[in-house]
Design a protein around this ligand. Structure first.
Ligand code: NI
Length: 172
């Protein structure tokens, strides 16, 4: 396993639409292992492959709060089959939009069909944080970031801030 570099806004790669995976093989499993390690080391609860520059429809997540009881989840080619009309609101952040947070409304519940780590077809009935998190991650597969739901003014302010951070960043 290896920790990869997480791309941050305004990196244009993050705006790519990710491609479906044909078969879950060794290569995809290695990618998922790397993604999970990268996510844990960045203290995130979800990560999409495109965030480490790989445009494949793969997501890893772990919303368990207990450090000692890790519960990694893997989603390959996830599709939302059903979603609630009711919305819930969470303050969201994103590893690709560092240190920025905003309240976002999303359907409260959703059913997601996907392939797991072993390539087996599964259906998840997600609610609460899990539902919000999977929808946030699935947006990444379409090149969408949570800041896209904000007003133009707010979004531009965040992008400006992040661009400035990037241009003054030095590695010595
Ligand atoms: Ni994100």
């Amino acid at each position: 396993m290896a920790v990869k570099t997480i791309l941050t806004e305004p990196d244009q790669l993050l705006r790519q639409i990710s491609k479906p995976v044909k078969k879950v093989g060794k290569q995809e499993q290695k990618l998922m292992d790397d993604m999970l390690e990268t996510m844990y080391s960045a203290n995130g609860i979800g990560l999409a492959a495109i965030q480490i520059g790989v445009p494949k429809r793969i997501i890893v997540m772990d919303i368990s709060k207990d450090e000692n009881k890790k519960k990694p989840r893997y989603f390959v080619n996830p599709v939302i089959k059903n979603k609630d009309i009711l919305k819930s609101t969470y303050e969201e952040g994103c590893l690709s939009v560092p240190n920025q947070f905003a309240e976002i409304d999303r359907p409260k519940n959703c059913d997601v069909e996907y392939l797991d780590y072993n390539g087996e077809k599964k259906l998840l009935k997600a609610e609460g944080l899990l539902a919000t998190c999977i929808q946030h991650e699935m947006d990444h597969l379409e090149g969408i970031l949570f800041i896209d739901y904000l007003s133009k003014l707010k979004k531009n302010m965040i992008i400006k801030k992040l661009s400035k951070m990037k241009s003054t960043r030095i590695v010595v």
